[in-house]
Design a protein around this ligand. Structure first.
Ligand code: PMP
Length: 391
């Protein structure tokens, strides 16, 4: 009986065109084999190609051989190793923050940080298009959740006026929005946080390594260094590794060590991952890192302009996340499946990841794409889009 219920629920997901399944993807970036079908990869967050960089692989291999393959405990038990401290010091210096604290993933960071900072009697102001892990953290916290219209600082100002109280007020926004690729108006949001004495947290999952001087992220890019209480970031995207961090003050770090359940109750990151992440933080600050960022920006601008010239609804911008709005979930799935047949791997993004009626293809460009590959990708998207009557 309970399994029958689950089966009925799955059928409904199928019926709504929202069924998800795992596919095995063999990667030799920027090419992939998706269950035997060869294709160009246009949906990875490995923006700079660091996931295949020999410096990261070597650092990971050396650390595994020297320190073993697991940290084998939470950091508060026996899992706090010199590599954790070394990586946090590197992160703090790179981000220009007093200190930093590691988390096991971006999801664990957002849920762990937000639910630790805010609780009953507190208010969280969250952009409507923030990542699911921010929403989950807010729900877990028990604080009041006030969602403001996407990137709308006037609406946020009004809501801050309306929702006062004695408790903590936390404003959370993505720096670069994961499904739209646009950048938050961080100057305006930082002004509001200061005017209204709210704590500001920026999720820089998609901007770390990509935007700002030496890839420091959206806070540096928007010129508000020193004005953000918590810069959260991930290693699983441009930094080519795994895990996440908060760059913050010593006080916030101490608070999180004492209150953040995803940190306290989980085995800490293993040596190989820590060493690869440290190599990535070094690399993004070098001349090579700068060249990769330039290559990434050139490729992103090229794909955006080719798609726009062909009449695709693609927003302006310079980030590597390029959404192509389709609208309906089933057509989006068909678009993605046809592109794979044509040798291009792009995922369709459907509710609940994006609001109903805004299903889309989410193209992500990498520094390792050649201009020819970008041209081929654009041509395939336009061809299939016309065939399906979407463009
Ligand atoms: N925040 C944002 C904006 C993201 O896009 C993601 C990953 N999709 C996360 C957090 C979660 O990061 P991780 O994959 O490291 O769990």
């Amino acid at each position: 009986m309970p399994l029958q219920l689950l089966s009925q629920r799955l059928e409904k997901i199928h019926h709504d065109g929202l069924y998800r399944s795992l596919r095995s993807v063999e990667r030799t970036t920027p090419l992939v084999s998706v269950e035997g079908q060869q294709a160009l990869l246009l949906c990875s967050n490995n923006y700079l190609g660091l996931a295949e960089h020999p410096a990261l692989a070597q650092a990971a291999a050396d650390a595994a051989l020297q320190y073993g393959t697991s940290s084998a405990a939470s950091r508060l038990v026996s899992g706090n190793q010199p590599l954790h401290d070394m990586l946090e010091a590197k992160l703090a210096a790179w981000k220009g923050a007093e200190t930093a604290l590691l988390f096991n993933s971006g999801y664990a960071a957002n849920t762990g940080i937000i639910a630790a900072l805010a609780g009953r009697g507190d208010i969280i102001f969250s952009d409507r298009l923030n990542h699911a892990s921010i929403i989950d953290g807010a729900l877990l916290s028990g604080a009041r959740l006030v969602r403001y219209p996407h990137n709308d600082t006037l609406a946020l100002a009004r809501l801050l006026e309306q929702h006062q109280g004695d408790g903590l007020r936390l404003i959370v926004t993505d720096g670069v929005f994961s499904m739209d690729g646009d950048i938050a108006p961080l100057q305006g949001i930082a002004d509001l946080a200061e005017q209204h004495q709210a704590l500001l947290m920026v999720d820089d999952a998609h901007a770390g390594g990509v935007l700002g001087q030496q890839g420091r992220g959206s806070v540096d890019f928007c010129g508000i260094a020193g004005r953000v209480a918590i810069q959260m970031g991930t290693f699983g995207k441009a930094l080519g590794s795994f895990g996440a961090y908060a760059a913050c003050s010593r006080l916030v770090r101490e608070y999180l060590i004492n209150r953040s359940r995803s940190l306290i109750f989980s085995t800490s990151l293993p040596p190989a991952v820590l060493a690869a992440s440290a190599a990535a933080v070094d690399l993004v600050q070098t001349e090579e890192g700068q060249q990769l960022r330039q290559q990434l920006t050139d490729n992103s601008m090229l794909l955006r302009s080719l798609l726009q010239q062909a009449g695709c609804k693609v927003p302006d911008g310079s980030t590597p996340i390029i959404p192509i709005l389709v609208g309906d979930a089933e057509t989006t799935t068909r678009f993605s499946a046809r592109l794979l047949e044509e040798g291009l791997f792009v995922q369709g993004i459907r509710p609940p990841t994006v609001p109903k009626g805004t299903s889309r293809l989410r193209c992500t460009v990498m520094a390792s794409h050649s201009p020819d590959q970008i041209q081929q990708a654009a041509a395939a998207i336009v061809r299939v889009g016309r065939e399906l009557g979407v463009l």
